[in-house]
Ligand binder design. Structure first.
Ligand SMILES: Cc1cc2nc3c(=O)[nH]c(=O)nc-3n(C[C@H](O)[C@H](O)[C@H](O)COP(=O)(O)OP(=O)(O)OC[C@H]3O[C@@H](n4cnc5c(N)ncnc54)[C@H](O)[C@@H]3O)c2cc1C
Length: 401
């Protein structure tokens, strides 16, 4: 039996952005890496609207052809159609997500120490002891591997996370790409109680093509039809269609003996927008450092993984993700009148200025603290809390995490 077991230093499950970028960051070590992906082609199926802040170029070396467009204006639409347009220094990128996933795969796929197993599904793992050392035996749909570490980059429905007793709460998402006569430099967010857990979106891809989508916790097909009707968009005119799941909540536990979770499998996703790219790339750098350290000291215990991966994540993206979760909780409880009041506050106070200086799509902490110094905002929030006392339960949940 042992003769049929293939030995690797580590196995990564999932060859999407988290898995490929991690593989790239580790490719210059001499670690023998297996990367298991259930789909036959990297980058497909596409499950992304591709809107990412400029932080992307601070994290990775971004080839310019991956950027398809830039957004200058954010349009926020209240349930009954009134809207506000905001612009700031952020000007996010609209990216070619398939190309981004493939970028890292192309860079490492021919390296001797990297072994991609495409079209192969991770099934289970079990711990074994060998010469006093704790190892993992992993079963895929085609082979059995023995490794020192296992990395779960297998997305919202992560089998690795499930095996560890962790289950994400996910939203359903639908998106079409369509040619339309809309604003090329404007991204829009449509709020509505029927899809209150997120929003309907219009993202301008460039060249007259728009990505129109939505995410919510139930009735996604029906709600998406309502949304398209509202926009006077004919579904049949679509160029193509995407679907997917978006984890919803705060970051999960990341560290286990010999195992770590990364990306959507760990819910490293902003609850305000469903965006995961910046957080997962940030977390991947910590994961790569942690893996290198673990192999250097030959220690794969939960304690070491917590120290070098989970704790740095908690102190950086983890804190910001908690704020996203709180903002989301507030947004979910806003009615049409609350939105209109908010728009009025934004127009009459210094908030537009603050957005320009401190607005940050990924790390909102500084902006939120600045907002809380504006008396009219505090008064709005006090009234909101009196009307929605259950927000305290969310605050307690956040504090306890
Ligand atoms: C409709 C939609 C729009 C989005 N828009 C944006 C956006 O505009 N900006 C943004 O920042 N983020 C966006 N996101 C979120 C972003 O796409 C995710 O955060 C990101 O893709 C997570 O990457 P990942 O590598 O962690 O997981 P995933 O991209 O989910 O990849 C997981 C990989 O694991 C593989 N896998 C799963 N199970 C197994 C198994 N058992 N065996 C082998 N392989 C397996 C899957 O096939 C997949 O390739 C969007 C998500 C959706 C669904």
């Amino acid at each position: 039996m042992d003769q049929n077991i293939e030995k690797f230093d580590l196995a990564i499950v999932g060859a999407s952005l988290a898995g490929n970028y991690l593989c790239y960051l580790l490719s210059s070590t001499n670690l023998k890496i297996a990367i298991i992906e259930e789909h036959k082609e990297v980058g497909l199926p596409l499950q992304c609207a591709g809107i990412v802040s400029q932080k992307l170029i601070k994290i990775i070396n971004l080839p310019k052809e991956i950027v398809l467009n830039r957004v200058k204006v954010a349009k926020i639409v209240a349930p009954k159609g009134k809207f506000i347009k905001l612009s700031g220094a952020e000007e996010p990128y609209i990216i070619d997500r398939i190309a981004l996933d493939r970028l890292f795969h192309e860079m490492v796929k021919n390296k001797k120490n990297i072994h991609y197993f495409l079209g192969e599904k991770f099934k289970t793992f079990e711990y074994i002891k060998e010469s006093g050392e704790k190892l993992l035996v992993i079963e895929t749909s085609k082979r059995v591997l023995k490794v020192k570490m296992l990395i779960g980059c297998d997305g919202p429905l992560s089998s690795v996370a499930k095996s560890l007793g962790i289950k994400n709460k996910n939203l359903y998402a639908m998106q079409i790409r369509i040619t339309a006569n809309l604003e090329e430099n404007e991204a829009a967010m449509y709020f509505d109680p029927r899809w209150r857990e997120l929003f309907g979106w219009i993202v301008p891809e460039g060249n007259g093509i728009f990505r129109i989508g939505m995410a919510c916790s139930q009735n996604i097909v029906k709600n998406f039809q309502i949304f398209l009707k509202q926009l006077k968009i004919d579904f049949k005119q679509k160029k193509d269609q995407q679907g997917g799941l978006i984890p919803y909540g705060m970051m999960n536990k990341l560290a286990f003996n010999n195992i770590l979770l990364l990306g959507d499998s760990a819910c490293q996703v902003k609850a305000t927008t469903g965006g995961g790219i910046i957080n997962l790339l940030t977390a991947t750098k910590y994961a790569a450092d942690c893996i290198k350290k673990s192999f250097k000291i030959n220690n794969f215990s939960r304690k070491i993984i917590k120290r070098y991966y989970e704790n740095p994540c908690l102190l950086t993206i983890g804190r910001q993700l908690k704020i996203h979760y709180l903002i989301r909780a507030v947004f979910e409880r806003l009615g049409n009148k609350d939105f209109l009041k908010l728009f009025e506050i934004i127009k009459t106070s210094k908030i537009e200025n603050l957005i320009n200086i401190y607005g940050d799509m990924d790390f909102p902490k500084t902006f939120i603290f600045k907002l809380l110094r504006i008396p009219i905002v505090v008064s709005f929030l006090m009234k909101f809390i009196i009307k929605n006392p259950d927000i305290f339960v969310i605050l307690l949940r956040i504090a306890a995490k």
